[in-house]
Write a protein that binds this ligand. Structure first.
Ligand code: SF4
Length: 64
């Protein structure tokens, strides 16, 4: 969220439906992160600059 110049991401609490499809490792990580996660809220605003890819400590973002 901090590196995106176009405010593509929002941070929000994970709902039960979000966690239902997560692995136990994912649920553990979510708990360690305060049960919050960044979501792509405005995908049409993305300019594919790659800053979020380089900054993500979990290597969880891919540009498609
Ligand atoms: S690639 Fe898209 S989402 Fe990622 S930092 Fe750049 S504009 Fe934001």
């Amino acid at each position: 969220m901090r590196v995106c110049p176009y405010h593509v991401f929002d941070l929000r609490a994970l709902a039960a439906a979000d966690k239902a499809g997560m692995s136990w490792r994912g649920r553990l990580k979510a708990r360690l992160h305060g049960n919050r996660q960044a979501f792509v809220a405005r995908p049409d605003d993305c300019h594919a600059c790659g800053k979020c890819v380089a900054a993500c400590p979990e290597d969880a973002i891919r540009l498609a």
